[in-house]
Design a protein around this ligand. Structure first.
Ligand code: UGA
Length: 439
């Protein structure tokens, strides 16, 4: 059992902290955000994530996890400190490492015994070397400290499961001592461990995320061609999926990838390559296709309708994917302002993302357009002239064609997530436009 501190209580930090506690380590989670720490101390989990609340409560009650803003106290005697703070995108596409630097400085000022610092955040290749140097530069006490890379591969919505039953743990170390300590920390998880150099570990994270982003953009590109040549992307994807070399996951065409990872990580790798005088053409193409794809539904609808002015536009789904309340880089964020700009009366529904979305876009008037949030799918569809589907929540997938037909004033649907069968929608008398399945 190790004494572990975790810096940052976002998705990465909090889930890692709770899971380390679950396997028996003593964990202290640190954040500079006092409100967040007070919420956690009060026993409230600030993140919407399947299974997290239960594990969080269980381990808090068992005294295996604590929360504090006092970094000195948490870092002083830790055997290992995991850094899980954000590395957001800067305007030029590079990753902002200021939060990492701040934590590194705090660690250097606090350590009183030997410690392994582990970077979980997604960082450009070479960052771990710099963090180690930085800590040594500012180290107050003469103690042994090394840095290891341990990128995170969890997905939002299945974060706890992805951590406890990860396909692999990547550890990037530069000494036997660091590798041994990290192996021992992960030993109770009983998962396959891949041990590589720090730089390779940093690269694995970007290469994996960007490969998945590429896969999605490729399918979206093919979907657009399917529309032109009269093929069906769902059938094409199924046919491709039987080839084990391709696999069946991440073949869903739609309105592009969003969230806090793929958009940021594709741009960061592209930036990193340019910094080294190299043009990463494949990743660039994935970014380009995604940018186009995001507003594809709006463009399709604009071609079909003379104007959106005064029309009731029903919006189903605001989050970047189902199972989360996160709206970062979601298609809704790109499309709703376009509809409002054109004078549409937008009525939106999402089972989890409404409060995050309304923090960004409160209800009210936007020029000629208006934005309203509704508590149910039925209210959003009632009397609508057009409907946009941005997220494939189960309850949205389960809407029967008859429901659209009965409730909407004009049964015109633009589905960015292929939630319905075009044949059934057509049979029900609906005009249905989706992705890669006919114009
Ligand atoms: C992604 C990766 O899947 C994780 O492995 C990684 O750890 C994480 O980023 C991260 O770097 O932290 P996440 O952003 O939570 O996880 O979500 P995904 O499930 O990967 O979906 C990302 C976007 O791609 C969503 O907008 C989703 O709708 C879209 N997508 C996904 C498609 O359009 N088609 C697909 O077939 C799959």
């Amino acid at each position: 059992m190790y004494k572990i501190a975790v810096a940052g209580t976002g998705y990465i930090g909090l889930v890692a902290g709770v899971c380390f506690a679950e396997v028996g380590h003593m964990v202290t989670c640190v954040d500079i955000d006092e409100t967040k720490i007070n919420t956690l101390k009060a026993g409230v989990c600030p993140i919407f994530e399947t299974g997290l609340q239960e594990l969080f409560r269980k381990n808090t009650e068992a005294g295996r996890i604590a929360f504090t803003t006092d970094f000195r106290e948490a870092y002083r005697e830790a055997d290992a400190i995991f850094i899980g703070v954000g590395t957001p995108e800067q305007p030029d596409g590079s990753a902002d490492l200021s939060a990492i630097a701040q934590v590194a400085r705090q660690i250097a000022e606090s350590l009183e015994k030997e410690c392994l610092v582990v970077v979980k955040s997604t960082v450009p290749v070479g960052t771990n070397d710099k963090v180690e140097q930085f800590i040594h530069d500012f180290l107050v006490n003469d103690v042994k400290v090394e840095v290891a890379s341990n990128p995170e591969f969890l997905s939002q919505g299945s974060a706890v499961h992805d951590t406890l039953y990860a396909r692999r743990i990547i550890i990037g170390t530069e000494s036997e001592w660091a590798e041994e300590r990290l192996r021992e920390i992960y030993e109770p998880f009983q998962l396959p461990i891949v041990s590589v150099s720090r730089r390779s570990a940093e690269m694995i994270k970007y290469a994996a995320n960007d490969f998945l982003a590429l896969k999605i953009s490729y399918m979206n590109d093919i979907a657009n061609l399917c529309e032109l040549v009269g093929a069906d992307i769902e059938d094409v994807a199924e046919g491709m999926s039987y080839d084990e070399r391709i696999g069946s996951k991440f073949l869903s065409a739609g309105i592009g990838f969003g969230g806090s990872c793929f958009p940021k990580d594709t741009k960061a790798l592209d930036y990193m390559a340019r910094q080294h005088g190299y043009e990463l053409r494949t990743v660039k193409a994935a970014i380009e296709v995604n940018n186009e794809q995001k507003t594809l539904l709006f463009k399709k609808a604009s071609r079909r309708l003379i104007t959106f002015n005064g029309l009731k536009a029903a919006v189903l789904g605001l989050t970047f994917k189902p199972g989360t309340d996160d709206i970062r880089e979601a298609a809704s964020v790109a499309n709703i302002p376009l509809l409002l700009d054109q004078g549409a009366r937008v009525h939106a529904y999402d089972p989890a993302g409404q409060s995050n979305f309304s923090a960004l876009f409160p209800e009210g008037k936007y020029g000629k357009g208006t934005l309203t949030y509704a508590p149910s799918i039925e209210e959003v569809l009632e009397g609508a002239n057009v409907c946009f589907i941005f997220t494939e929540w189960n309850e949205i997938k389960q809407i029967q064609p008859q429901t659209y037909k009965q409730l909407m004033r004009t049964p015109l649907i633009f589905d960015g997530r292929n939630t319905q069968s075009p044949e059934k929608m057509q049979a029900a008398g609906l005009e249905y436009h989706s992705i890669g399945r006919g114009a």
